[in-house]
Design a protein around this ligand. Structure first.
Ligand code: ADP
Ligand code: ADP
Length: 240
């Protein structure tokens, strides 16, 4: 069964003259690691945001984890989003909070009510968060303010946060676009390792061909809102 099944998806934003996506079809198998490769404005974010229902299609269908996404509302939509982690170019880390608090907020989907401070989270979640911080190599930073961390470290915090909901799919929107080459390599490597450990399905947008080539199992190229390439990387220069 597919993790994601997109059929003839079209999207035109309100007031826009040109469509952001046209006739996009894409099937992603469970456990597959897919790169969406394209220039800025090619529709990568728009496509990712349809997978967890952050955007509503103009035409076509989007089925994620067996759910017909555009028909979901309220609790059903929240439940689906709980099964799909998302990391962003700008990390979306809350600077004044500690690293551990940032990771704990990733469990909010499964908890009721607002939480202030780490002690309002059940012990089992605190331990889980610390475990994820250990996995991304930041255990010793747990009680530090998040804004004292480098960009690469903040993105690793965002990865730990996304893991708190035990996602089946991880969506990553240009996760290394604001990082230097060394941190980019670390973050991409970490995403790949964690995906393999957990059998996660990953759809990650990138604009750098070199990064994409050695990283994904499959590359889907977007240009002006259309799929212009869809290939496994086996035949490409994956030998490092
Ligand atoms: P990418 O992620 O590849 O940079 P986007 O999906 O962000 O591409 O954008 C695709 C196109 O849709 C661009 O022309 C962009 O300006 C437009 N777009 C994106 N978001 C919106 C929005 N909220 N409202 C109107 N147009 C948008
Ligand atoms: P990216 O290229 O990484 O998608 P952008 O800088 O294009 O980032 O977009 C940042 C935010 O602005 C996104 O939420 C996007 O949906 C929105 N956006 C992009 N283009 C437009 C647009 N033409 N009109 C309104 N919102 C837009």
């Amino acid at each position: 069964t597919s993790a994601v099944q997109i059929t003839d998806l079209g999207k035109t934003y309100p007031g826009a003259t040109d469509p952001a996506l046209t006739g996009v079809s894409l099937s992603v198998a469970r456990g597959e690691i897919v790169v969406l490769l394209g220039l800025s404005g090619s529709g990568k974010s728009t496509l990712l945001r349809h997978i967890n229902g952050l955007e509503h299609p103009s035409t076509g269908s989007v089925v994620s984890l067996g759910e017909d996404v555009p028909t979901l509302t309220g609790r059903a939509l929240r439940e689906l989003r709980g099964r799909i982690g998302f990391i962003f170019q700008q990390f979306e880390i809350v600077g004044p909070l500690t690293v551990l608090e940032n990771v704990l907020t990733g469990s909010l989907a499964t908890l009721r009510g607002p939480r202030v401070g780490i002690w309002s989270y059940p012990k089992q979640l605190r331990l889980k968060a610390l475990g994820h911080l250990d996995r991304v190599g930041l255990l010793e930073r747990a009680y530090q303010r998040a804004d004292t961390l480098s960009g690469g470290q903040q993105q690793r915090v965002a990865i730990a946060r996304a893991l708190m909901q035990d996602p089946e799919i991880l969506l990553a929107d240009e996760p290394v676009a604001s990082l230097d080459p060394e941190s980019s390599g670390q973050v991409m490597g970490l995403i790949r390792e964690i995906a393999a450990e957990r059998g996660l399905t990953v759809v990650c947008s990138l604009h750098q061909v070199e990064l994409a080539l050695g990283w994904g199992d499959r590359i889907v190229g977007l240009r002006a809102g259309q799929v212009v390439l869809d290939t496994t990387t086996d035949g490409l220069s994956k030998d490092q």
